[in-house]
Design a protein around this ligand. Sequence first.
Ligand code: ZN
Length: 144
Amino acid sequence: MKPPESLSGIVRGLHHVAIAVRSIDEARAFWECTLGMRAGEPEVIPDQGVRVLLLFAGEQRIELVEPAGENSPVTRFLERGGGVHHLAWSVDDVADAIRRLVACDVRMIDREPRPGAHGTTIAFLHPKATGGVLMELVEDQAGA
Ligand code: ZN
């Protein structure tokens, strides 16, 4: 079934699903060897206290997220049981998406775009706005 065309279209599609792990180096074998997914290069994002690894299955992406540094928010998440950490949506323009969501009274963690992994620009919605699920908006680098 085709989706209705009258939707406002902030979100273009699912960019990735992120899973919190204690160690990317230990966890990646399952994704690469068992599931046969292709891995990118790990990248530390100091601003967020995380190290991430993107894995690809066709057009779909999984992001493994590992704590980096003493006060990583992912450490607390893992202590509470871990699992799916956030969903990320592709958008054309993060700044515009933030403006439109704020105009709809959506609670944001980031009211300004910030740098994400691999040259992306991102912003997080507050889980209180989404039924308890942390959500990220991702604008890919131009031409990526
Ligand atoms: Zn993410």
